[in-house]
Structure formats: C-alpha cells, structure tokens
Design a protein around this ligand. Structure first.
Ligand code: S3P
Length: 178
C-alpha cells in the first residue's frame, strides 16, 4: 500500500465510528467528516426522512455518491454509515483511497448503545437485538474484506482506542504518524 492520508471507519450502528472518528481526527490533525451528517446537510432532512420518502434504495444511492465524493479528498477521517460496505463499489473506494478500520463490537454492546435511538430506521423493529444480529451476519464478511485494520472496541474508552489506532497506523505505515 502506498501511504494514503485518509482514514475510513466502518462497522455496525453503535460501534462508535463517529465518536472515535472525531477524537482520532483531532489527534492526527486531520479533518473529520461523517457520511450521514453530510447526506443530511445536503438534503436538508434527517436520514430517517430519506428512508421514509425514498426507501432504503434511495438512501443507498445518496450514500454511494457521498462516499465517492468524500473519499476523493485528502487528509480526512471519515465515519461511514453501518451499511456503506454493502455496495461493492463503496468497498473498493474505501479500500483503495485510505486506510480502512473496522471497529468491531459485540452485538450486545451495539444493542446497549442503540436501544433508545429513534433515528436509525433499520432498528425501529420489535426486536432490534435480533436485527443487529442479522445485519452483523450479513455484513461481517464485508467489514473484514474492506478493512486494513480490525479493532475490537470492547469496554475501553475512546482515548485508549485512539491510542491503539495510532500505534497500529504507525506499524502499518512503517513510520511514526506525523
Ligand atoms: C445504517 C446505519 C446508519 C445510517 C442508516 C443506515 C445501516 O449509520 O447510515 O441509518 O444500514 O447500518 P450509523 O452506522 O452511523 O448509525
């Protein structure tokens, strides 16, 4: 791999992509972007409304266009939506245009962190824990395929995770992170 300056975070809903991504960007002096927030800023409505009006397919089209655009930038940390890895074209871009990190978490922890959420359309079901399990089964191979690094998030707080990522990035790049 040459040394791409971008870092992309992937993982299921509740994995901490936005929180960790923001802290990592601060640490590495990179710009932080969140794919869902960019989609919301452009469309002027929440993700939930896009799902209601255009269905999941409409949202995925917007998501793919946003990934194509944002991944072409330099020097960013990008938190992607949990389903961004479904599209093979997205996976290729994420793998080629940056270092992609899979924040892996136990499904029980994902559930704990998302159970009061009303903004994620895919979790508004009678049994969100079962839904998370299903999504993980389908997506896990995609997360693993696209990732250059896999990090188990576990119980550790954000600063420790950021330290670990920084060390892993140094190893991957073969030099201290500037
Ligand atoms: C989705 C995850 C969400 C958001 C949308 C769909 C998914 O992002 O993109 O609700 O398919 O897993 P987060 O992973 O940031 O919650």
């Amino acid at each position: 791999m040459n040394c791409p300056s971008n870092i992309f975070l992937v993982g299921l809903m509740g994995a901490g992509k936005t929180t960790v991504g923001r802290a990592l960007a601060r640490r590495l002096h990179l710009e932080f972007l969140d794919c869902d927030q960019e989609i919301e800023a452009r469309s002027g409505v929440p993700v939930r409304t896009i799902f209601e009006v255009e269905g999941e397919a409409g949202f995925r089209a917007r998501e793919s266009a946003m990934i194509e655009e944002l991944s072409a930038r330099q020097g960013i940390v990008l938190a992607t939506g949990g389903g961004a890895v479904i599209d093979p074209a997205n996976r290729r871009l994420l793998h080629e245009r940056g270092i992609t990190i899979y924040l892996r978490a136990r499904v029980e922890d994902l559930y704990r962190r998302t159970r009061h959420d009303r903004e994620r359309p895919l979790l508004q079901t009678a049994d969100p824990l079962a839904r998370l399990r299903e999504l993980l089964t389908v997506r896990q191979p995609f997360y693993e395929e696209v990732a250059h690094l896999i990090l188990d998030t576990g119980e550790q707080g954000v600063p420790r995770l950021v330290n670990r990522i920084e060390r892993e990035l140094e190893q991957l790049r073969g030099a201290p992170v500037p």
